[in-house]
Design a protein around this ligand. Structure first.
Ligand code: ARG
Length: 569
């Protein structure tokens, strides 16, 4: 579609002889629309050109040759060059593009031929799926869908925590007291109880801890008894997790967790041995990372069993070979920053192509805090995700019952609204910030929330329903869309494709969340200022077409975040 930034950058590039791609990154979109649609700050060039920014702006303006079909005014304000877009061309181009692509509006093929591994969710077997895992699931799930929409070949992986000493412990606990617990009925809760109990015993008795460690070693070596129990826990846990993924509309291509790499670890250790950098330390094998200012990476424990880090190294090797990835993205809490720094550093010793090392990227996110205080495992205030999602649905239902008691299929709508609210809340701010979890804020239909976007979407639907038809683009008279609110709404529609690109450049789905709020607000102003259903057919067609486009894009955008749209609410 029409690329205005590119047109501006090309024109400036001809005057000042700087690469247009570089210039494109300089170009800003002013918050204040009286300052134009695009602004080019000349400050960054002052040093290089040895001139004051306003003088540079002046020079550029004088020599600029830009197609006035698209840009009809260029102004200098301070050290800025401000560009004003020819609105009628823009309106036409945007609506034409929308007509062509409809619910695929915003999609592109910029990712063609690129392989993106995205690892997300990755909960631990036999442990509750808690609200902390929600963030990885929701952020990763959104990135997965957005990359795909932009044409990337995406590979979504759930790197389950299904291996490690804790399984040695659970096996031991189950062996001792399995019959006392109703593991089949309520697997994760009961296994957690067993885990807590055996952990306590381990703390008191070193001997038992060693037995547990040995159990894990046995598991790694393929012992039948240990393997069978482990397999059973895994299957039961996955069944519970799947219920949550269904509620959140989350899918994975592979469920290769840590255990998947159990037969791929020897190769890692051998490769590291060969570099001469794998050293013995108190019986364990480590890579020293002092030069990088980090604690050492433990590759093999004293009893020969492997570690969390080794399994990640094996995964890198496997993914490089299997998926030939351009990027391998890890959506994991920032608490694991050090872990990934260590692993990525040691990965350089695996002898794989540099391309793969450069493609490794940890995408961290902040913690979740309850408005009332923090959540903690030990004090037992840990909130289980499934309970939380059900609570969201119940609360949404209550709001709907108050606002619209006669609504049909209330339960279905409450599901979409409640879960949509939780997802949106999770994606509303930049991911590295801690998330505040507050029911009233996130379920507010008028706030910057998921329900607000759904509410605006439903409004577009009901306007169209009232009119009884969706106009065709060929019947839209562009000159009917010259008012401020129409133009503003269409300009926002224009930005959608670019917004999605930005999401992938920064791995930041909140850019899309903010955008959907902005589009909703713009539409709301448009709707307040303009009567859509009117006597004048031409006017109605034009306004109805915008309404239809906004509704479609809100739905596309929300679904990319994992949020479902109700038809009524
Ligand atoms: N299972 C881990 C946890 O819950 C997260 C796994 C992260 N991914 C990885 N490749 N290490 O903390």
């Amino acid at each position: 579609m029409l690329d205005l930034k590119d047109i501006i950058a090309k024109a400036i590039s001809k005057v000042i002889n700087i690469n247009e791609k570089e210039l494109e990154d300089f170009i800003e979109i002013p918050k204040d629309t009286t300052m134009g649609d695009y602004a080019f700050p000349c400050f960054r060039l002052a040093k290089e050109l040895r001139k004051a920014p306003p003088a540079i702006a002046n020079d550029i303006k004088e020599n600029l040759e830009i197609d006035d079909k698209y840009i009809n005014k260029v102004e200098i304000v301070g050290g800025y060059l401000n560009f004003f877009v020819n609105n009628s061309i823009l309106v036409e181009e945007v609506l034409k593009e929308f007509e062509n692509k409809n619910e695929n509006y915003g999609a592109s093929n910029i990712g063609e031929g690129k392989n993106i591994v995205i690892e997300y969710s990755s909960p631990n077997i036999a442990k509750p799926f808690h609200i902390g895992h929600l963030r990885s699931t929701v952020i990763g799930g959104a990135l997965y869908k957005i990359y795909k929409f932009l044409g990337y070949n995406t590979i979504g992986i759930n790197h389950l925590g299904d291996y490690g000493t804790q399984f040695g412990k659970i096996i031991e606990g189950y062996k001792r007291w399995g019959e006392e617990y109703k593991v089949e009925e309520n697997p994760i809760d009961e296994l957690t109880k067993i885990y807590v109990r055996i952990n306590k015993l381990c703390e008191e008795d070193e001997e038992i801890l060693n037995i547990c460690r040995d159990n894990f070693k046995k598991l790694e070596d393929g012992d039948e008894y240990c393997t069978n129990i482990w397999q059973k826990f895994r299957t039961l846990s996955l069944k519970e997790f799947q219920r949550i993924y269904n509620m959140l509309n989350i899918e994975f291509d592979y469920w290769n967790g840590e255990a998947f790499y159990s037969d791929k670890m020897t190769e890692v250790v051998q490769k590291l041995e060969k570099t001469g950098k794998l050293i013995e330390s108190e019986g364990a094998k480590i890579i020293d990372l002092q030069a990088q200012n980090m604690s050492p990476c433990i590759v093999q424990k004293t009893n020969g069993s492997t570690t969390y880090a080794t399994r990640d190294l094996a995964a890198i090797l496997y993914r490089a070979r299997t998926y030939d990835f351009d990027k391998d993205i890890y959506v994991v809490a920032y608490e694991q920053n050090l872990h990934f720094k260590q692993v990525f550093e040691v990965a350089k010793l695996l002898g794989i192509d540099e391309k793969y090392i450069n493609g490794l990227e940890h995408v961290p996110f902040g913690m979740v805090r309850l408005k009332e205080g923090k959540m903690s495992t030990r004090e037992g205030t840990l909130i289980k995700l499934e309970d939380l999602l059900n609570e969201a649905i119940t609360r949404a239902l209550k709001v709907i019952e108050e606002k619209n008691p006669d609504l049909e299929e209330k339960e279905e709508v409450a599901k979409k609204v409640g879960i949509g609210a939780v997802i949106f809340n999770d994606l509303a701010n930049s991911r590295i910030k801690d998330e505040i979890f507050d029911w009233d804020t996130m379920l507010n239909f008028q706030g910057e929330t998921g329900p607000y976007i759904q509410y605006i979407y439903v409004r577009t639907k009901s306007v169209i329903e009232k009119a009884g038809y969706v106009p065709e683009f060929k019947d839209v008279d562009i000159t009917k869309l010259e008012d401020n609110q129409s133009v503003e709404t269409i300009k926002t529609i224009y930005n959608f494709e670019n917004i999605l690109k930005q999401v992938t450049e920064k791995n930041e789905p909140s850019i899309l969340s903010r955008y959907l709020i902005e589009l909703s607000q713009k539409f709301s102003s448009f709707y307040t200022a303009n009567k859509i259903i009117t006597e004048e057919k031409d006017l109605q067609d034009a306004r109805l077409y915008i309404t239809y486009a906004v509704g479609t894009i809100l739905k596309t955008g929300a679904e990319l975040l994992g949020i479902q749209m109700p038809n009524r609410m």
